[in-house]
Design a protein around this ligand. Sequence first.
Ligand SMILES: C[S@@+](CC[C@H](N)C(=O)[O-])C[C@H]1O[C@@H](n2cnc3c(N)ncnc32)[C@H](O)[C@@H]1O
Length: 209
Amino acid sequence: MNDFNSIAPFYNFLEKIGFGDYLQNIRKSYLYNIENKEILLIGEGTGKLLTYFLSLPTSCITIVDSSSEMCEILKGLNLNQRKKISIINQSFLDFNIDKYYDFVSTCFFLDCFSQIDSDLCRDKITNLLKSGGFWFDVDFYDPKNCSFSGYYFKFVMKILFCFFRKSTHLGSHSLPCGPQRFCKNFVLRNKSICLSPPLNANLREKVGS
Ligand SMILES: C[S@@+](CC[C@H](N)C(=O)[O-])C[C@H]1O[C@@H](n2cnc3c(N)ncnc32)[C@H](O)[C@@H]1O
């Protein structure tokens, strides 16, 4: 299993030097007003998406992250007055709960896994969402055709991916080249494919039960 403990203290710094504010702008650009909702943030890391949700007074947030160091960083984000946030230090693959969510996020999470585990996660997320609930997913991909800046980011990402693979023992061996397995219970509500850096962001709504 991958282990982000060793890089947790440097995670925000690495993101900043590799991508500036770009990734955080992508995370925020898809969020809409989610009040009074059940929210599940999977592999939330240092809490970049969580900080956005903290401004919503009434949502109930569950976070699952397998790294104990990442969970410590999350607990340090001045959450003590917030009664409705639970941080669960567990692998999502072992996560079982008798609850359904209105919004689930997987930001830069699914590309940490082998195809088999990534498919298991997708099935689990499908089952955890309420009908009409939203799944927000952002992941890097390996672009086939590059512009000049695309080559720069391809280079940056190759280095970062090798570094992450070595230091966190990632289950995946490469970034996905194209779209992932079609999710048959979902309708795509918003999508952007960026080239520099190459990433896919999708907001999907679950239809049916
Ligand atoms: C690349 S980081 C992404 C962090 C954050 N979502 C972001 O947008 O920057 C991947 C995160 O997923 C967590 N993670 C990796 N495998 C996991 C698993 N099996 N279950 C839960 N969390 C996991 C790591 O600890 C890490 O915090």
